[in-house]
Design a protein around this ligand. Sequence first.
Ligand code: ADP
Length: 374
Amino acid sequence: MRFWQQLRWKIIAGHMLVVLVGVTALSLASELLFLRSVPTQLQNQLTALTQSDSPQIIQETTTIVLDTLYRDAVSRSLLVAASGAILTGLLTSIFLAREILRPLLEIASSSRRIASGHYNERVAVPPSTELAMVATNFNQMAEALEHVEKQRVALLSNVTHELRTPLTGLEGYLEGLIDGLFDSSPETFAQMSQEVRRLRRLVDDLQSLSRVEAGQVSLQIDDFDLIDVVDQVMRQLKPQAMDKCLDLVIEHQQPHILTHADPDRTAQVIVNLVGNAIRYTPEAGCVTVRVTTTESMASVIVEDDGIGIPAESLSLIFERFYRVDHSRARSSGGSGIGLTISRHLAWAMGGDLTATSPGLDQGSTFIFTLPLAN
Ligand code: ADP
Protein backbone atom coordinates (compact mmCIF):
# COMPACT_ATOMS: atom_id res chain seq x y z
CA MET A 1 0.00 0.00 0.00
CA ARG A 2 1.75 3.19 -1.17
CA PHE A 3 1.33 5.96 1.38
CA TRP A 4 0.66 8.69 -1.19
CA GLN A 5 -2.36 6.72 -2.40
CA GLN A 6 -3.93 6.81 1.06
CA LEU A 7 -6.64 9.40 1.51
CA ARG A 8 -5.59 10.11 5.09
CA TRP A 9 -2.16 11.32 3.90
CA LYS A 10 -3.73 13.42 1.19
CA ILE A 11 -5.96 15.12 3.75
CA ILE A 12 -3.06 15.69 6.15
CA ALA A 13 -0.81 16.97 3.36
CA GLY A 14 -3.56 19.30 2.11
CA HIS A 15 -4.11 20.90 5.48
CA MET A 16 -0.39 21.12 6.21
CA LEU A 17 -0.01 22.99 2.95
CA VAL A 18 -2.67 25.48 4.04
CA VAL A 19 -0.91 26.07 7.37
CA LEU A 20 2.49 26.27 5.74
CA VAL A 21 1.37 28.82 3.18
CA GLY A 22 -0.40 30.84 5.90
CA VAL A 23 2.64 30.94 8.17
CA THR A 24 5.07 31.71 5.34
CA ALA A 25 2.85 34.45 3.98
CA LEU A 26 2.41 35.96 7.45
CA SER A 27 6.16 36.02 8.11
CA LEU A 28 6.96 37.42 4.69
CA ALA A 29 4.26 40.08 4.88
CA SER A 30 5.30 41.21 8.37
CA GLU A 31 8.89 41.37 7.28
CA LEU A 32 8.16 43.32 4.13
CA LEU A 33 5.31 45.59 5.19
CA PHE A 34 5.93 46.19 8.88
CA LEU A 35 9.66 45.97 9.58
CA ARG A 36 10.67 47.81 6.47
CA SER A 37 7.98 50.44 6.09
CA VAL A 38 7.42 51.35 9.76
CA PRO A 39 10.92 52.66 10.57
CA THR A 40 10.94 54.89 7.45
CA GLN A 41 7.50 56.33 8.08
CA LEU A 42 8.28 56.78 11.74
CA GLN A 43 11.41 58.70 10.87
CA ASN A 44 9.45 61.03 8.62
CA GLN A 45 6.91 61.74 11.34
CA LEU A 46 9.57 62.36 13.92
CA THR A 47 11.39 64.79 11.66
CA ALA A 48 8.18 66.75 11.15
CA LEU A 49 7.54 66.87 14.84
CA THR A 50 10.99 68.18 15.78
CA GLN A 51 9.73 71.58 14.68
CA SER A 52 7.19 71.57 17.55
CA ASP A 53 8.38 72.90 20.86
CA SER A 54 6.11 70.92 23.23
CA PRO A 55 7.80 67.68 24.34
CA GLN A 56 4.50 66.25 25.64
CA ILE A 57 2.80 66.73 22.27
CA ILE A 58 5.81 65.20 20.56
CA GLN A 59 5.66 62.12 22.78
CA GLU A 60 1.90 61.70 22.42
CA THR A 61 2.05 62.09 18.65
CA THR A 62 4.91 59.62 18.45
CA THR A 63 2.97 57.01 20.45
CA ILE A 64 -0.16 57.48 18.35
CA VAL A 65 1.79 57.33 15.10
CA LEU A 66 3.67 54.20 16.18
CA ASP A 67 0.48 52.49 17.31
CA THR A 68 -1.36 53.35 14.11
CA LEU A 69 1.51 52.22 11.93
CA TYR A 70 1.90 48.99 13.89
CA ARG A 71 -1.81 48.15 13.65
CA ASP A 72 -1.88 49.03 9.99
CA ALA A 73 1.14 46.84 9.20
CA VAL A 74 -0.16 43.86 11.17
CA SER A 75 -3.63 44.04 9.65
CA ARG A 76 -2.18 44.31 6.16
CA SER A 77 0.13 41.34 6.86
CA LEU A 78 -2.79 39.30 8.13
CA LEU A 79 -4.91 40.24 5.13
CA VAL A 80 -2.24 39.04 2.70
CA ALA A 81 -1.52 35.90 4.74
CA ALA A 82 -5.20 35.05 5.14
CA SER A 83 -5.86 35.55 1.42
CA GLY A 84 -3.01 33.17 0.58
CA ALA A 85 -4.19 30.58 3.13
CA ILE A 86 -7.84 30.84 2.05
CA LEU A 87 -6.95 30.46 -1.62
CA THR A 88 -4.74 27.44 -1.00
CA GLY A 89 -7.27 25.92 1.43
CA LEU A 90 -10.04 26.43 -1.11
CA LEU A 91 -8.10 24.78 -3.90
CA THR A 92 -6.99 21.78 -1.79
CA SER A 93 -10.45 21.25 -0.30
CA ILE A 94 -12.09 21.45 -3.75
CA PHE A 95 -9.62 18.83 -4.96
CA LEU A 96 -10.16 16.60 -1.91
CA ALA A 97 -13.93 16.97 -1.96
CA ARG A 98 -13.98 15.97 -5.61
CA GLU A 99 -11.71 13.03 -4.96
CA ILE A 100 -13.84 11.78 -2.03
CA LEU A 101 -17.29 12.73 -3.22
CA ARG A 102 -17.17 11.54 -6.82
CA PRO A 103 -16.81 7.81 -5.99
CA LEU A 104 -19.19 8.12 -3.03
CA LEU A 105 -21.87 9.72 -5.20
CA GLU A 106 -21.29 7.05 -7.81
CA ILE A 107 -21.76 4.34 -5.15
CA ALA A 108 -24.92 6.08 -3.91
CA SER A 109 -26.48 6.20 -7.38
CA SER A 110 -25.38 2.61 -8.17
CA SER A 111 -26.92 1.31 -4.95
CA ARG A 112 -30.18 3.03 -5.91
CA ARG A 113 -30.07 1.27 -9.29
CA ILE A 114 -29.30 -2.09 -7.66
CA ALA A 115 -32.22 -1.57 -5.26
CA SER A 116 -34.47 -1.11 -8.29
CA GLY A 117 -33.33 -4.47 -9.73
CA HIS A 118 -30.31 -3.63 -11.94
CA TYR A 119 -27.96 -6.21 -10.40
CA ASN A 120 -25.30 -5.87 -13.11
CA GLU A 121 -24.43 -2.36 -11.83
CA ARG A 122 -20.72 -1.82 -10.90
CA VAL A 123 -18.69 1.29 -9.94
CA ALA A 124 -15.25 2.41 -11.18
CA VAL A 125 -12.45 1.74 -8.66
CA PRO A 126 -10.74 5.08 -7.72
CA PRO A 127 -6.94 5.28 -7.15
CA SER A 128 -7.11 6.24 -3.42
CA THR A 129 -6.57 3.09 -1.36
CA GLU A 130 -9.45 3.52 1.12
CA LEU A 131 -11.98 4.55 -1.52
CA ALA A 132 -10.72 1.74 -3.77
CA MET A 133 -11.49 -0.65 -0.88
CA VAL A 134 -15.04 0.74 -0.49
CA ALA A 135 -15.65 0.54 -4.27
CA THR A 136 -14.20 -2.99 -4.51
CA ASN A 137 -16.32 -4.20 -1.57
CA PHE A 138 -19.38 -2.55 -3.12
CA ASN A 139 -18.70 -4.32 -6.44
CA GLN A 140 -18.26 -7.65 -4.62
CA MET A 141 -21.57 -7.10 -2.82
CA ALA A 142 -23.28 -6.28 -6.15
CA GLU A 143 -21.78 -9.45 -7.66
CA ALA A 144 -23.05 -11.55 -4.73
CA LEU A 145 -26.53 -10.03 -5.11
CA GLU A 146 -26.48 -10.73 -8.85
CA HIS A 147 -25.47 -14.34 -8.14
CA VAL A 148 -28.29 -14.76 -5.59
CA GLU A 149 -30.77 -13.25 -8.06
CA LYS A 150 -29.59 -15.60 -10.84
CA GLN A 151 -29.95 -18.54 -8.43
CA ARG A 152 -33.47 -17.42 -7.52
CA VAL A 153 -34.49 -17.22 -11.18
CA ALA A 154 -32.84 -20.61 -11.89
CA LEU A 155 -34.58 -22.15 -8.86
CA LEU A 156 -37.94 -20.90 -10.04
CA SER A 157 -37.40 -22.25 -13.55
CA ASN A 158 -36.11 -25.59 -12.19
CA VAL A 159 -39.08 -25.99 -9.86
CA THR A 160 -41.50 -25.22 -12.70
CA HIS A 161 -39.70 -27.68 -14.94
CA GLU A 162 -39.70 -30.43 -12.30
CA LEU A 163 -43.39 -29.93 -11.51
CA ARG A 164 -44.32 -29.99 -15.18
CA THR A 165 -43.02 -33.56 -15.74
CA PRO A 166 -45.35 -35.44 -13.33
CA LEU A 167 -48.21 -33.04 -14.10
CA THR A 168 -47.89 -33.74 -17.85
CA GLY A 169 -47.92 -37.47 -17.06
CA LEU A 170 -51.06 -37.18 -14.93
CA GLU A 171 -52.74 -34.98 -17.54
CA GLY A 172 -51.98 -37.59 -20.21
CA TYR A 173 -53.54 -40.40 -18.17
CA LEU A 174 -56.62 -38.32 -17.32
CA GLU A 175 -57.17 -37.29 -20.94
CA GLY A 176 -56.65 -40.90 -22.04
CA LEU A 177 -59.29 -42.03 -19.52
CA ILE A 178 -61.75 -39.31 -20.60
CA ASP A 179 -61.27 -40.09 -24.31
CA GLY A 180 -61.52 -43.83 -23.66
CA LEU A 181 -57.93 -44.47 -24.80
CA PHE A 182 -57.10 -46.05 -21.42
CA ASP A 183 -59.19 -48.53 -19.46
CA SER A 184 -59.98 -47.58 -15.92
CA SER A 185 -57.85 -50.54 -14.86
CA PRO A 186 -55.71 -50.94 -11.71
CA GLU A 187 -52.57 -50.60 -13.91
CA THR A 188 -53.63 -47.15 -15.17
CA PHE A 189 -54.40 -46.00 -11.63
CA ALA A 190 -51.08 -47.43 -10.43
CA GLN A 191 -49.26 -45.37 -13.09
CA MET A 192 -51.22 -42.26 -12.06
CA SER A 193 -50.45 -42.94 -8.43
CA GLN A 194 -46.74 -43.14 -9.29
CA GLU A 195 -46.90 -39.66 -10.86
CA VAL A 196 -48.69 -38.32 -7.76
CA ARG A 197 -45.98 -39.91 -5.55
CA ARG A 198 -43.34 -38.22 -7.69
CA LEU A 199 -45.10 -34.89 -7.18
CA ARG A 200 -45.39 -35.49 -3.43
CA ARG A 201 -41.68 -36.42 -3.19
CA LEU A 202 -40.69 -33.30 -5.10
CA VAL A 203 -42.80 -31.04 -2.88
CA ASP A 204 -41.38 -32.72 0.26
CA ASP A 205 -37.81 -32.35 -1.08
CA LEU A 206 -38.41 -28.69 -1.88
CA GLN A 207 -39.72 -28.07 1.61
CA SER A 208 -36.68 -29.80 3.17
CA LEU A 209 -34.37 -27.87 0.84
CA SER A 210 -35.83 -24.49 1.79
CA ARG A 211 -35.57 -25.41 5.49
CA VAL A 212 -31.96 -26.63 5.38
CA GLU A 213 -30.85 -23.70 3.21
CA ALA A 214 -32.45 -21.23 5.60
CA GLY A 215 -30.77 -23.03 8.53
CA GLN A 216 -34.22 -23.76 9.99
CA VAL A 217 -33.93 -27.53 10.19
CA SER A 218 -34.62 -28.78 13.71
CA LEU A 219 -31.98 -31.22 14.93
CA GLN A 220 -32.24 -33.63 17.87
CA ILE A 221 -28.55 -33.90 18.65
CA ASP A 222 -27.65 -36.89 20.81
CA ASP A 223 -24.98 -39.55 21.30
CA PHE A 224 -25.83 -42.69 19.30
CA ASP A 225 -24.19 -45.72 17.73
CA LEU A 226 -23.43 -44.99 14.08
CA ILE A 227 -23.02 -48.70 13.25
CA ASP A 228 -26.63 -49.28 14.39
CA VAL A 229 -27.94 -46.54 12.08
CA VAL A 230 -25.89 -47.82 9.11
CA ASP A 231 -27.19 -51.38 9.77
CA GLN A 232 -30.81 -50.14 9.79
CA VAL A 233 -30.33 -48.28 6.49
CA MET A 234 -28.69 -51.34 4.90
CA ARG A 235 -31.65 -53.53 5.97
CA GLN A 236 -34.08 -50.93 4.58
CA LEU A 237 -32.34 -50.76 1.19
CA LYS A 238 -31.51 -54.46 0.86
CA PRO A 239 -34.62 -55.24 -1.27
CA GLN A 240 -33.70 -52.45 -3.72
CA ALA A 241 -30.17 -53.85 -4.03
CA MET A 242 -31.49 -57.39 -4.48
CA ASP A 243 -33.78 -56.22 -7.30
CA LYS A 244 -30.62 -55.24 -9.20
CA CYS A 245 -28.60 -58.25 -8.00
CA LEU A 246 -26.18 -55.85 -6.30
CA ASP A 247 -23.77 -56.82 -3.58
CA LEU A 248 -24.46 -54.60 -0.58
CA VAL A 249 -21.50 -54.84 1.83
CA ILE A 250 -20.88 -53.16 5.19
CA GLU A 251 -17.35 -52.98 6.65
CA HIS A 252 -16.30 -51.66 10.05
CA GLN A 253 -13.52 -52.55 12.45
CA GLN A 254 -15.14 -51.38 15.70
CA PRO A 255 -18.46 -52.97 16.80
CA HIS A 256 -19.78 -49.61 18.03
CA ILE A 257 -18.94 -46.03 17.05
CA LEU A 258 -20.51 -43.44 19.34
CA THR A 259 -21.36 -40.30 17.35
CA HIS A 260 -22.70 -36.89 18.45
CA ALA A 261 -25.36 -35.89 15.88
CA ASP A 262 -29.05 -36.31 14.97
CA PRO A 263 -29.66 -40.08 14.37
CA ASP A 264 -32.70 -39.55 12.07
CA ARG A 265 -30.93 -36.95 9.91
CA THR A 266 -27.85 -39.17 9.81
CA ALA A 267 -30.02 -42.04 8.54
CA GLN A 268 -31.59 -39.66 5.97
CA VAL A 269 -28.14 -38.77 4.57
CA ILE A 270 -26.98 -42.41 4.47
CA VAL A 271 -30.24 -43.46 2.74
CA ASN A 272 -29.59 -40.79 0.10
CA LEU A 273 -25.98 -41.92 -0.44
CA VAL A 274 -26.62 -45.67 -0.49
CA GLY A 275 -29.84 -45.14 -2.51
CA ASN A 276 -27.87 -43.18 -5.11
CA ALA A 277 -25.10 -45.80 -5.16
CA ILE A 278 -27.73 -48.51 -5.87
CA ARG A 279 -29.47 -46.31 -8.45
CA TYR A 280 -26.30 -45.41 -10.36
CA THR A 281 -24.68 -48.87 -10.28
CA PRO A 282 -25.59 -51.32 -13.05
CA GLU A 283 -26.88 -54.81 -12.26
CA ALA A 284 -24.51 -57.24 -10.52
CA GLY A 285 -22.33 -54.40 -9.30
CA CYS A 286 -21.16 -53.79 -5.77
CA VAL A 287 -21.91 -51.11 -3.15
CA THR A 288 -19.66 -51.02 -0.08
CA VAL A 289 -20.34 -48.97 3.05
CA ARG A 290 -17.28 -48.55 5.31
CA VAL A 291 -17.47 -46.93 8.72
CA THR A 292 -14.16 -45.62 10.08
CA THR A 293 -12.93 -43.13 12.67
CA THR A 294 -10.19 -40.54 12.96
CA GLU A 295 -9.22 -38.65 16.13
CA SER A 296 -12.45 -36.64 16.46
CA MET A 297 -14.60 -37.66 13.50
CA ALA A 298 -16.46 -40.73 12.27
CA SER A 299 -16.73 -41.36 8.51
CA VAL A 300 -19.31 -43.25 6.51
CA ILE A 301 -17.71 -44.03 3.14
CA VAL A 302 -20.16 -45.18 0.45
CA GLU A 303 -18.31 -46.68 -2.49
CA ASP A 304 -19.77 -48.15 -5.67
CA ASP A 305 -18.45 -49.50 -8.97
CA GLY A 306 -21.20 -47.82 -10.96
CA ILE A 307 -21.43 -45.17 -13.69
CA GLY A 308 -19.02 -42.77 -11.92
CA ILE A 309 -18.97 -38.98 -12.08
CA PRO A 310 -16.92 -36.90 -14.57
CA ALA A 311 -14.36 -34.56 -12.92
CA GLU A 312 -16.16 -31.39 -14.11
CA SER A 313 -19.39 -32.50 -12.38
CA LEU A 314 -17.88 -33.44 -9.01
CA SER A 315 -18.26 -29.98 -7.48
CA LEU A 316 -21.67 -29.43 -9.13
CA ILE A 317 -23.53 -32.52 -7.91
CA PHE A 318 -24.14 -30.78 -4.55
CA GLU A 319 -25.93 -27.87 -6.27
CA ARG A 320 -29.70 -27.95 -6.37
CA PHE A 321 -31.28 -29.76 -9.34
CA TYR A 322 -27.92 -30.69 -10.84
CA ARG A 323 -27.83 -34.09 -12.49
CA VAL A 324 -24.88 -35.47 -14.44
CA ASP A 325 -27.12 -37.21 -16.94
CA HIS A 326 -30.54 -35.57 -16.97
CA SER A 327 -32.44 -38.22 -18.91
CA ARG A 328 -31.01 -41.16 -16.93
CA ALA A 329 -31.55 -39.53 -13.53
CA ARG A 330 -35.05 -38.35 -14.32
CA SER A 331 -36.16 -41.74 -15.62
CA SER A 332 -34.99 -43.23 -12.32
CA GLY A 333 -36.95 -40.64 -10.36
CA GLY A 334 -34.17 -38.34 -9.09
CA SER A 335 -34.82 -34.62 -8.81
CA GLY A 336 -31.20 -33.60 -8.12
CA ILE A 337 -31.96 -32.14 -4.67
CA GLY A 338 -30.97 -35.09 -2.47
CA LEU A 339 -27.24 -34.34 -2.24
CA THR A 340 -27.87 -30.60 -1.65
CA ILE A 341 -30.06 -31.46 1.35
CA SER A 342 -27.59 -34.11 2.58
CA ARG A 343 -24.62 -31.76 2.47
CA HIS A 344 -26.51 -29.04 4.38
CA LEU A 345 -27.58 -31.63 6.98
CA ALA A 346 -23.96 -32.84 7.34
CA TRP A 347 -22.79 -29.24 7.84
CA ALA A 348 -25.59 -28.53 10.33
CA MET A 349 -24.46 -31.53 12.41
CA GLY A 350 -20.81 -30.36 12.41
CA GLY A 351 -19.69 -32.79 9.70
CA ASP A 352 -19.13 -32.70 5.95
CA LEU A 353 -20.07 -34.53 2.75
CA THR A 354 -17.66 -34.82 -0.19
CA ALA A 355 -17.42 -36.92 -3.34
CA THR A 356 -14.65 -38.39 -5.46
CA SER A 357 -14.66 -40.42 -8.64
CA PRO A 358 -11.89 -41.50 -11.03
CA GLY A 359 -14.28 -40.72 -13.93
CA LEU A 360 -17.20 -42.03 -15.97
CA ASP A 361 -17.92 -45.76 -15.54
CA GLN A 362 -15.26 -46.05 -12.85
CA GLY A 363 -17.44 -45.83 -9.75
CA SER A 364 -17.86 -43.11 -7.10
CA THR A 365 -17.05 -42.62 -3.44
CA PHE A 366 -19.01 -40.39 -1.06
CA ILE A 367 -17.50 -39.51 2.33
CA PHE A 368 -19.88 -38.40 5.07
CA THR A 369 -18.21 -37.29 8.31
CA LEU A 370 -19.73 -36.63 11.74
CA PRO A 371 -18.25 -35.61 15.11
CA LEU A 372 -17.53 -38.42 17.55
CA ALA A 373 -19.15 -38.29 20.99
CA ASN A 374 -16.77 -37.08 23.73
P1 ADP B 1 -30.91 -37.39 -7.63
O1 ADP B 1 -32.20 -37.39 -6.93
O2 ADP B 1 -30.97 -36.90 -9.05
O3 ADP B 1 -30.11 -38.64 -7.46
P2 ADP B 1 -28.93 -36.21 -5.95
O4 ADP B 1 -28.78 -34.82 -5.47
O5 ADP B 1 -28.99 -37.27 -4.93
O6 ADP B 1 -30.17 -36.20 -6.88
O7 ADP B 1 -27.72 -36.48 -6.95
C1 ADP B 1 -27.37 -35.50 -7.91
C2 ADP B 1 -26.68 -36.14 -9.10
O8 ADP B 1 -25.41 -36.66 -8.70
C3 ADP B 1 -27.41 -37.34 -9.67
O9 ADP B 1 -28.40 -36.93 -10.58
C4 ADP B 1 -26.30 -38.10 -10.34
O10 ADP B 1 -26.05 -37.55 -11.63
C5 ADP B 1 -25.08 -37.81 -9.46
N1 ADP B 1 -24.82 -38.92 -8.52
C6 ADP B 1 -25.16 -38.99 -7.22
N2 ADP B 1 -24.72 -40.14 -6.65
C7 ADP B 1 -24.07 -40.79 -7.62
C8 ADP B 1 -23.38 -42.07 -7.68
N3 ADP B 1 -23.28 -42.86 -6.61
N4 ADP B 1 -22.82 -42.41 -8.86
C9 ADP B 1 -22.93 -41.61 -9.94
N5 ADP B 1 -23.54 -40.43 -9.96
C10 ADP B 1 -24.13 -40.03 -8.81
